[in-house]
Each structure stands twice: as structure tokens, then as C-alpha cells.
Design a protein around this ligand. Structure first.
Ligand SMILES: [Zn+2]
Length: 417
């Protein structure tokens, strides 16, 4: 079978035909050059207006990299025609296998972009012997296409979150769709200010905002204020994940202070290495950590009391009705306020102040994917930690959309990967 017949099966162009296939040496490896010719009598398409027009002249042949075959790099070789367009003047023709000045075929771009969902960009570049830049540009193309084609009609629940990047010096605001049947990253914004949030709602548009029924976020004041202002019809739900993060931070403060005091008194460093035992859920602890936790729990430490309060608060989320959950919360806050653990008291105070919004969580139960924000937060952190080239906001943004955006892809006759 000729290579041409395979090509005609996987990627045929109605106005062009494949010609000769030749070996060529490129940087001491053998590559394949595949000639492309216009079909006889076919007129070129103007890249300005998309209409066919008479040919003007022929440019020198160009190479467009295609999907490699058995580890052999493949190039299309084609001499672009210029069109004498009655509407646009003399323009280079548009070809179906590549966009503009791109030296990668669109098919190869999608090929690299798809692999870049499974491997890091650096790995994709290595595996396919191409440059990081080619991988990046392909992902960028895929993201731009996906964003322009995605449908936001079904968004009724969103979750707002932020992650630190650049070693914690900068923040990103992330907005996710958290409808029970559809979860994806919707938006990435620089910083985490009221301005960022307003920018989201502006870009999301009034029509889509009016459809929102649930908005899930942290207790941060600007969130509460802006959401109430622009999407007052939606039920504002405070996220379990964010609340428990506040509690964990409080435990951390109690522990750090107590460990310092114990050290000052010259007592055994019982709290050393205890951090994760106290912050992780008991079911996620390793065997060693479980032993450590058991040992800690026998001691009458402030840290232990804070830990027990946190574990008790976990029960709050298992209630099914806002009424009972509210009663539990009130009782928990009362106990915590008497605990003499200042950081924990602060949390209790904050929870009391947001009692109604907290109880919305139970009203939203079953209707939205309540655990989604935490899951996305973890994935977003992993993506942003992959250091290569994500130092710029725009690159990180593209990486996040690519991995978490669940963006649509064009329908192709053949899937290369
Ligand atoms: Zn034209």
C-alpha cells in the first residue's frame, strides 16, 4: 500500500492531491517529505475573505509538519499560490491543513495538544522530538478554539476559589462550573481582588449570570458582597473545603504556639512531626501517623483539644436538613467559644456570623457537586506546580484551561491519538 492511500484515508483534502513521497535528511535524521499539489483547474481560496479567486503567482515551497509515522517525522511540502482577489487584492491562499503562518499542520497541532493533556509539555516535546514551543503553541491553539466553541448555556452552579502561584507570592482566582452533571474550569483571573471577581461576571455576561442558581465560595467579604450585588437570585453556599481550611489553619496556629512553649520549658518535643496527623482526616493517615496521633490524643494538650473540635465539626456536614445542622453548629460554636483556644474561637465566631450562608450548603446538597471545588483546587495546584515555563500568567492560564476546562475539540474523520 502506498503512503498516499493511507493519507487519503486519514486526511483527504477535496481540492488538493498528494504527490511524491521522498526521504530527506534533516539534522542527521531521515524524515519524509510528502508533496501536495492543487487539483487540476482548482482555484485558490483567498485567505482574506474565504472566496475562490484567480491565481496570481506561486510562492516558494513551504514545509508543514504532520503527525510522525513510526517515529519518522513527516512534512507536507507545498508551494502556496497567491490569489488575485477582487475583494482583498493579492493575498496568499488559504489551505485546509494549516492556519496562517503556522509551520505545523492543524492535525499535528491537535495531536500534540491531546498528548499534552496526558504528559507534561516537556515530555510531549521529548517523545515527539519537537520543541517545547511547538507544544505550547499547539495547546494555545486548542485552548483558543475550545474557548470559542464551548457552550455556557447549562451553567447553573459555580464555585469560586483561589490558588497561590509563584511560590505563594501571587494569587489566581479560578471559577468552576459545579453542576452535578458538568464540572469544569470556566475562568481564570489574575489576583484575587474585587476587581478580579467583577471582571469574571463581566466576561461571563448578564444573561449567563442570571441563570446561576448556586454560587459556592469562601467567606471572604468581597465574594459575599459582589455575589449579592450581581447574582442576588443565586443561593450563596459556603464551601466545606474552604471552611475546613480555616479550621486547619487555626489548629496549625494552636500547635505552633504550644510546641514553642513546650520547647521553651525544655519538655519532650511531643508535637514535633505531628502537623499532618492533625490536619489530615484520620482515614487518610499512614500507619505511622495513626500511631503518632493515638499517642498525642492521650496527652492533655491544647493542640489535641483543637484537633478534637475539628474532627467533631466534620459531623456537621453529614446532616441532611438545615434545621438539625444549625442546631449542631450552634452547639459546636458554644463549646468552642468556651475552649480558651483563641484561633479556634475566631473560627467559631466567623461561623456564627455566616450561619445562614453555611446552612445553604444543606439546601444545595444533591443539586450541585459540592466536593468539586476541592478536587479542582488540588488539580489546579498540580498544574501550576509543573514549573516549566509557567512563570508567566498567560502560559499558566492556558495550561489550566487545557487540563481542567473540558474544552470541546473539533470532530475529525480520523483520530491520531
Ligand atoms: Zn478575498
Amino acid at each position: 500500500m502506498l503512503l498516499k492511500s493511507i493519507l487519503n484515508r486519514v486526511q483527504s483534502h477535496s481540492s488538493f492531491v498528494y504527490g511524491a513521497v521522498r526521504w530527506r535528511e534533516q539534522q542527521s535524521r531521515m524524515v519524509l517529505d510528502i508533496e501536495i499539489r492543487p487539483r487540476r483547474g482548482g482555484k485558490p481560496v483567498c485567505s482574506g475573505c474565504g472566496r475562490r479567486g484567480p491565481g496570481y503567482d506561486l510562492l516558494p515551497a513551504r514545509r508543514f509538519e504532520f503527525v510522525p509515522l513510526w517515529g519518522i517525522a513527516v512534512f507536507f511540502v507545498y508551494a502556496m499560490r497567491r490569489v488575485d482577489c477582487p475583494h482583498c487584492g493579492v493575498k496568499v491562499e488559504r489551505v485546509p491543513w494549516a492556519e496562517g503562518k503556522n509551520h505545523l499542520t492543524t492535525t499535528y497541532g491537535w495531536f500534540l495538544a491531546r498528548w499534552a493533556r496526558r504528559l507534561s509539555w516537556k515530555e510531549v516535546a521529548e517523545v515527539f522530538q519537537t520543541s517545547w514551543d511547538n507544544v505550547f503553541r499547539s495547546v494555545k491553539m486548542a485552548v483558543a478554539w475550545g474557548l470559542s466553541q464551548r457552550n455556557l448555556e447549562n451553567v447553573t452552579a459555580i464555585g469560586m476559589d483561589e490558588i497561590a502561584w509563584k511560590k505563594g507570592h501571587k494569587y489566581l482566582t479560578l471559577v468552576y462550573q459545579i453542576d452535578a452533571g458538568c464540572r469544569r474550569l470556566l475562568w481564570v483571573g489574575k489576583e484575587r481582588t474585587s476587581k478580579t471577581l467583577r471582571q469574571f461576571f463581566k466576561e461571563f455576561g448578564q444573561e449567563h449570570t442570571a441563570r446561576l442558581r448556586f454560587i459556592c465560595s469562601d467567606m471572604w467579604k468581597p465574594y459575599l458582597r459582589i455575589v449579592a450585588e450581581v447574582a442576588g437570585q443565586a443561593l450563596h453556599v459556603l464551601d466545606r473545603f474552604h471552611i475546613m481550611t480555616h479550621v486547619s489553619k487555626a489548629i496549625d496556629q494552636v500547635r505552633a504556639k504550644e510546641a514553642k512553649e513546650l520547647r521553651a520549658k525544655g519538655q519532650q518535643p511531643v508535637l514535633t512531626g505531628s502537623r499532618w496527623c492533625l490536619l489530615k482526616r484520620p482515614e487518610n493517615l499512614s500507619e505511622k501517623q495513626t500511631v503518632k496521633l493515638r499517642e498525642l490524643l492521650t496527652l492533655n494538650l491544647r493542640t489535641v483539644r483543637a484537633y478534637l473540635l475539628k474532627e467533631d465539626l466534620q459531623r456537621f456536614w453529614s446532616y441532611t436538613t438545615p434545621g438539625w445542622a444549625g442546631r449542631f453548629l450552634d452547639e459546636w460554636c458554644r463549646r468552642t467559644m468556651r475552649s480558651r483556644l483563641v484561633p479556634m474561637k475566631k473560627v467559631a465566631h466567623m461561623l456564627r456570623n455566616h450561619r445562614e450562608l453555611l446552612l445553604h450548603w444543606f439546601r444545595a446538597k444533591g443539586q450541585i457537586a459540592l466536593g468539586a471545588v476541592e478536587g479542582f483546587n488540588n488539580k489546579a495546584k498540580v498544574t501550576s506546580r509543573k514549573a516549566y515555563g509557567y512563570r508567566s500568567f498567560d502560559v499558566l492560564k492556558i495550561a489550566l484551561y487545557h487540563t481542567l476546562g473540558d474544552l470541546p475539540q473539533p470532530k475529525a474523520t480520523h483520530r491520531f491519538c
